[in-house]
Design a protein around this ligand. Sequence first.
Ligand code: AMP
Ligand code: ZN
Length: 460
Amino acid sequence: MELRLYDTLSREKRTFVPLDPKNVRMYVCGPTVYDFAHIGNARPVIVFDVLFRLLRHLYGEAHVKYVRNITDVDDKINDRAARDFPGLPLNEAIRKVTEQTGEQFHADVDALGCLRPSVEPRATEHIGEMREIIERLVKGGFAYVAEDHVLFSPQAMNAANSTLPRYGALSKRSLDEMIAGARVDVAPYKRDATDFVLWKPSKPGEPSWPSPAGIKAEGRPGWHVECSAMAWKHLGEHFDIHGGGIDLVFPHHENEVAQTCCAFHRERMASYWMHNGFLQVESEKMSKSLGNFITIHELLADWPGEVLRLNMLKTHYRSPIDWTMKSLEESAKTLDDWYRVAADVAPGEPAASVVEPLIDDLNTPLAIAAMHGLRGGDVGALAGSLRLLGFLSESAAQWEGRKQQASGVDPKEVEGLIAERTAARSRKDFKESDRIRDLLAAMGVAIKDSKDGTTWEFSR
Ligand code: AMP
Ligand code: ZN
């Protein structure tokens, strides 16, 4: 079976050929830890978790290395720390913010059924690698020092007569267009409007490290060089897959490619660039000002994590996704049904009808449709397929029990009401039986009558 992935750089689906099938390597840009992650942030985490699981299925668990970083040096973190812990020295306050937010992020993504990556490097633990890359770039003539900053020059990169990629190739932008479209208020220390920061001086009290390239004042790294450094340290100069949300293509990933390829004289940084589409809520862009900004944490108070996961995977990862209450309710029903029929059966091999769409550029909607098809037939294969996609982490009883707890309804009371209703029906008191059915519905309990009696479930 052949895995095919859509590559943003070549703009086509290509057969996946790992550099080393015994060591398949993937890097995904992780969160900047200053606040609760929102449901849009959950999308790359879930999508690349599915890819991680699929790669492990295809190449063996021991042969896949997945690196997702934690950005713990950033202006937003500093602002948050100063605001939340005004009495503490800034560095201590920053540590508190990044620790708390990092723990919350882990709790959230664990609940979404995501495996932890093989390595979760923190930016602040890789300053040495960042300095090394910056030194190489300055020596190679791709970067320069100005007013205690180090700046990368895309012009220098594109002028180099070599096998380097062209700056702008990933995002399909020409440097001339970028120059023409540059803002007028370009920082005075930049030679060209398109130059970007590799290193900058720290303000008093901010985190700071000894600077590279002979700069006396201490400073801190720019965001883009962090990922080049962490990917290099854990995956090498050239690895298989680099992922993230579509908003990261420019400038973040374009700059990562530039830094890594120029520092190591490489034609490529990653063999495949993968990007997930954006998520909007009830057909609107999610934003704090519109009041439709939802965190994973808030959603988890109302829905099991696997419902959020299924809801995310019903849309293909490259398409935009409209996150709606209606779709969540449907996902919850589907998962309730799958738990009932498949959670307690011995899982078989994942069905070919499920794996085939998955290896075709992660076509999860088709895989989910195939699982609906298995429901009335091979439930062992359904169970195996669901597990491959990261579902069924609980038994059917645990799943039901959690729902009952969440609803606050006592199952004994429900059974009692159903018995009363059955009695009312047998004496043909339909007014009373309807009253009880409505009462149960108001409690969030749906009932179903069949020749074998009445069954019930929480409808949420
Ligand atoms: P950030 O913390 O903004 O750097 O985002 C972390 C990750 O979430 C990146 O891979 C982003 O591309 C992704 N992301 C942010 N917002 C959304 C969204 N609304 N839909 C999908 N992905 C998003
Ligand atoms: Zn990154």
